[in-house]
Design a protein around this ligand. Structure first.
Ligand code: NAP
Length: 505
């Protein structure tokens, strides 16, 4: 089906989105179990990045409305934390099932507001839902400890308790999964949440709220507040009723929020930017390595914190690798993510296109080889055609910045110590990829790389059971895995004295 006929189909639909279940397309905030308008008349328009078409709008809530949302989350927390973990788990599992049942509609909403291909959007719905399923069960494993007592007549131990109200601020590149990765853990732990989605992609978040309501998650437990980002975030950071702040987004904003949380001394988790090295060893088949590097570079059009940002290839296979890489990237189809067969959708907005171009220009001015990349082929103003730059050096922006676009930069290396130093030459420390079959080299690289996650001979590394997160300026804390639950729990130590010493405590 062509883009034009798809767009006409939506335009003629009464809800503007042509969803099987039109009630999933919500244009109001969701607070304390109610759909709410803004009271100051302010709103934010949302556009399809592929076509520029206005999809709708969401209200900007006023300060007193944010205050009411915090109060409702605080009130709801008192009952939610008292439910048994398996009772919360059952509600979460109902939510999980509803999300999967509505996968097609959720994917459609996501492709329209974010631009990624429908196949990628479906994948994100499954990925996002998997956190809910996983934490629905993991909540029942929030074990405390027994501590062998050093105090006569006392029993010692720890309990793990929900931290309270959690504010979750999320980005536009994964509009659904970045919410569920946080919310599932927080809700399973017994916290209530206030989600502030990115202004570009609020509809996925609001569809999640609609499904949470249908799942029977009580009012005030999962709210979605839309508003002016700096204003809302500041209020959430300042308010002492909010016990935890979890943020995914840029390092720039992460630093700001960390400093704003200082006054109320909140628990802060930050999932920030990345600058992933992709290291190819001399024993690799250059074609196999190029195929993996293309996969690691171009997903979500390169707008992925895990995207391979610096591809570091052993000098013995450098030119062969470039030949295979360019052949494979030429096959990638760029266009509207709604059309089948498309590999790369648009970038999120024109600023992102302009940034990608300045990164390419800067590299070429400083001597990088532009091997492939013709922007005259771009199918619209928000699209950026894949680019391959060879001989990228540390002085170039393509090396030290997260390009967040389909710009691939490649550099040659000769020995392991050199490539470890090259890979670590960044303020970021989220993820690194290593491609080699030499076990000695694998171990040396795995230990030498200062990154929170190292993936060896595999592009896929994420999922609900693993502790996702970075070191250095890529963030604080972990999401997913048993560690993900700990972000939303306090440890309470108890000393139960006055017991008979003979009780063996
Ligand atoms: P961003 O500009 O930092 O925005 C993220 C969130 O912060 C949005 O909700 C945004 O709201 C809000 N925000 C923006 N400016 C703010 C301010 N001055 N004060 C308070 N809040 C503010 O990041 P982005 O461009 O959406 O996302 C891309 C970044 O996220 C990349 O660096 C990427 O690596 C990172 N990321 C990291 C991970 C990870 O797991 N480590 C995962 C995905 C993405 P508005 O949209 O309403 O302005």
């Amino acid at each position: 089906m062509s883009v034009q006929s798809l767009t006409r189909q939506w335009a003629s639909a009464s809800d503007g989105m042509a969803l099987e279940d039109p009630r999933l397309f919500r244009q109001l905030a969701y607070v304390d179990g109610c759909w709410v308008h803004g009271e100051g008349g302010r709103e934010e328009a949302v556009f399809d990045p592929a076509t520029g078409e206005r999809l709708g709008q969401v209200p900007w809530l006023e300060s007193h409305q944010i205050d009411a949302a915090i109060a409702s989350a605080d009130k709801a927390q008192r009952a939610w934390r008292l439910l048994r973990a398996d009772e919360r788990g059952e509600l979460l599992d109902t939510w999980y099932r509803l999300i999967r049942e509505h996968k097609e509609d959720l994917a459609m909403l996501m492709t329209r507001e974010q631009g990624k291909t429908l196949a990628d959007a479906r994948g994100e719905v499954e990925y996002g839902a998997s956190f809910i399923h996983w934490f629905a069960e993991e909540g029942s494993r929030a074990y405390g400890e027994t501590i062998p007592s050093h105090i006569p007549g006392a029993a010692l131990g720890t309990l793990r308790e929900p931290i309270g109200v959690a504010a979750l601020i999320t980005p536009w590149n994964f509009p659904l999964a970045m919410i569920t990765r946080k919310a599932a853990a927080a809700l399973a732990a017994g916290c209530t949440v206030l989600v502030k989605p990115a202004g570009e992609t609020p509809f996925s978040a609001l569809a999640l709220a609609e499904l949470a309501e249908r799942a029977g998650i009580p009012a005030g437990v999962f709210s979605v507040i839309t508003g002016e980002a700096a204003e809302v975030s500041k209020q959430l950071c300042d308010d002492s009723r909010v016990a935890a702040l979890s943020f995914t987004g840029s390092t720039r904003v992460g630093r700001l929020l960390l400093s704003q949380c200082a006054n109320s001394v909140k628990r802060v988790s930050l999932e920030l930017g990345g600058n992933a090295p992709f290291i190819v060893g001399p024993d690799m088949d250059p074609e196999e390595a190029a195929r993996a590097a293309v996969d690691a570079k171009f997903q979500t059009s390169g707008q992925d914190c895990l995207a391979a940002n610096r591809i570091l290839v052993h000098d013995s296979l450098y030119e062969d690798f470039l030949t295979h890489f360019v052949r494979l990237m030429k096959k990638l189809k760029v266009g509207n993510g709604l059309v089948s067969g498309i590999d790369l959708g648009p970038l999120i907005h024109r600023d992102a296109v302009a940034k990608a171009q300045t990164i390419v220009d800067d590299a070429v001015e400083q001597g990088a080889r532009l091997i492939y990349g013709d922007q005259s082929m771009a199918p619209g103003p928000n699209f950026f055609m894949p680019v391959l730059l060879a001989d990228v050096t540390p002085s170039m922006r393509a090396w030290h910045e997260e390009t967040f676009s389909p710009v691939a930069g490649v550099t040659a290396w000769h020995d392991e110590d050199e490539v470890i130093a090259m890979a670590n030459d960044t303020e970021y420390g989220l993820a690194a990829y290593v491609y080699t079959h030499d076990i000695r080299r694998i171990w040396q690289l795995m230990r030498g790389l200062r990154f929170g996650m190292v993936s060896v001979n595999s592009v896929k590394m994420t999922g609900a059971p693993i502790p996702f997160g970075g070191v250095k300026q890529s963030g604080l804390g972990r999401e997913g895995g048993r560690q993900g639950l700990e972000e939303y729990m306090d440890i309470k130590y108890y000393c139960l004295g006055g017991l008979p010493s003979a009780s063996g405590s």
